[in-house]
Write a protein that binds this ligand. Structure first.
Ligand code: CP3
Length: 354
């Protein structure tokens, strides 16, 4: 049976967790907080449980996914859990030969160059990622009232890994294909949108209560190119989930100039990095969306009084938006002291208590 996700429109949602209320622009008892990459190498318990198990293998083991996802919830008391997985998991399930190399990231054996390469990337079905649905169901049972966020990579960010063959600073090969062969580009992004949409639908059917679309590298593009080459595909993903009853978060890095277009693509919440204050971001996004962000992950290495000042500034700037989910502007860096993250959670809760 489908879980009761209590859609905002016609139900009393006063008992809903603060995270979901903020996403829906409803009043909250405190500003909710979670951290991108809250599960991961900043936690000694993560390093211990992952020892000797390759990243992709751990993503396919529901018992491990459940334990790793719960670790930061137990330790920090964050307002939401995020499924432990990776953006390339559904692409691997679609038949692409790839690995996640420690310290590097995803590496693709045969980068995409031709239409035949795109055709070899299969559409996925729920059966191809059944281990993800299994993990979500285990987690929903364990988490109680804490909502679980599902996620996927957006077509541009996935395409970058597939075309470059690995991480890239300039995205030069990706842009060369995009400008040089728009038909092939749209075929690739169309196929990736199919995969991403199915991957998110599987997670929603299994019980995640919000989804985040990670277009981490979209900030490499101008607004005009984003609208031409990327937005139609991300719109198809987000639009395909409009009736799913869960808030949709749309995030990228370095996207100050893209915020209006990313909001238009069909988000309920727009993720913002640290390069633009949340009140300025809200002016660009519009008053009909919540925002998520935007502490610079490197501020966590500063003395505590600096961290505290920055957290309070972000809470104040976030009040300009109709809903604010506190987060970092990008993922937790592996060298981060987890005790500082716990302190940030406590400060956000205490300083924002209504
Ligand atoms: O946020 C969470 O806690 C959930 C887990 C999560 C991971 N990857 C686990 C992971 C999420 C949401 C992702 C998404 C992801 N993966 C993105 C989008 C988010 C972002 O950071 O912009 C991207 C671009 C990737 C691709 C990727 N996978 C990178 C760049 C890396 C890091 C490479 C490295 O070793 O530094 C990975 C591997 C990865 N994904 C790790 C984790 C915890 C590290 C693997 C390890 O512990 O060895």
């Amino acid at each position: 049976a489908a879980p009761d996700r209590g859609t905002a429109h016609d139900q009393d949602t006063t008992d809903e967790p603060a995270f979901l209320r903020a996403c829906r622009r409803e009043p909250v008892p405190h500003t909710p907080v979670w951290f991108m990459r809250q599960a991961g190498r900043s936690l000694p318990e993560y390093r211990e449980i992952r020892a000797g198990i390759p990243m992709l293998e751990s993503c396919r083991r529901p018992d491990l996914v459940t334990e790793i996802t719960l670790q930061p919830v137990r330790r920090h008391g964050v307002d939401a859990a995020i499924l432990f997985s990776d953006i390339v998991v559904p692409v691997a399930a679609a038949g692409v030969d790839l690995d996640i190399v420690p310290g590097t990231g995803p590496v693709v054996a045969e980068p995409v160059r031709t239409h035949a390469d795109v055709e070899r990337i299969r559409r996925i079905t729920a059966d191809d990622v059944s281990y993800v649905a299994d993990a979500v169901r285990l987690l929903v049972a364990e988490l109680g009232t804490t909502p679980l966020i599902g996620f996927a990579g957006a077509p541009f960010t996935l395409a970058s890994y597939l075309v470059e063959g690995g991480p890239s600073r300039t995205h030069a090969k990706t842009k060369a294909l995009m400008y040089g062969d728009p038909d092939l580009w749209h075929a690739l992004c169309g196929r990736l949108a199919d995969i991403t949409l199915e991957f998110l639908r599987v997670q929603i059917a299994a019980g995640v209560r919000a989804v985040q679309l990670f277009d981490s590298w979209a900030g490499a593009l101008s607004a005009a190119d984003y609208r031409t080459y990327v937005q139609p595909h991300s719109t198809r993903v987000l639009g395909g989930l409009a009736d799913a009853g869960v808030p949709r978060i749309h995030f990228g890095v370095g996207t100050a100039e893209l915020l209006p277009a990313m909001a238009e693509a069909g988000a309920d919440v727009v993720g913002v990095d640290w390069r633009i204050p949340l009140d300025v971001a809200t002016g660009r996004i519009g008053a009909d969306k919540a925002v998520q962000g935007n502490l610079d992950p490197c501020v966590l290495f500063a003395p505590w009084p600096v961290v505290e000042t920055e957290v309070r500034r972000i809470l104040a700037e976030g009040r300009a938006a109709p809903g604010h989910v506190f987060n970092l502007g990008h993922g937790v860096l592996p060298e981060t002291d987890p005790d500082v993250l716990t302190r940030v959670v406590d400060l956000v809760h205490q300083a924002s208590a209504r």
